[in-house]
Design a protein around this ligand. Sequence first.
Ligand code: ZN
Ligand code: ZN
Length: 150
Amino acid sequence: MVLPKPPLTGACLCGSVQVTVTTPPLLTFACHCRDCQKFTASAYSLTTMVASDGFSYTGDLIKGGLGSEERTHYFCKSCLNFVFSQVAGADHRINLRTSLLSDAASFEPFIELMTDEKMPWARVPAVHSYARHPESLEELQMLMDEYSKL
Ligand SMILES: [Zn+2]
Ligand SMILES: [Zn+2]
C-alpha cells in the first residue's frame, strides 16, 4: 500500500464543500453495519479517520442522519452528500468519508467493522476484520500504530 502524502483534498458531489487534510490519515475502514448501508445507499461505508487539527473544510454543512449525543453526521447543505462524522469524547479526530477525497481509490480499508451485519457478497481487502468493533481504545491505538507504519 503506497499512500498519497498530505495535503489531501476532496469535495462533495456538487463541489460546494471542499475538504483539506494536512496530516497523515490515522486509519481507514469499511463499516458493514445496517445503518451505514442505508446512509450510503450501498453495501458499506468507507471512512478515513483524520486528526481534527489536520482537517479543514469550506462551504456550508448541515447535520443529518441518525444524530445522537454520541455521533454527529455532517452533510453538504446543497447536494446532501455525506461529508464527515464526529464522535463525542473523541473530538481530536473526525471520520471523513473516503469517497470525497480526490485520491479516494488509494485509501483502501485497513480494517472492516460490523461484519456481523455484512451483505454476504460484499468483499473488502481489509487486513483486520471485526464482527463488531475493536474492544478498547488500546486496541484502536494499536491499529493506528500499525497503519502509520504502512
Ligand atoms: Zn455538495
Ligand atoms: Zn456503520
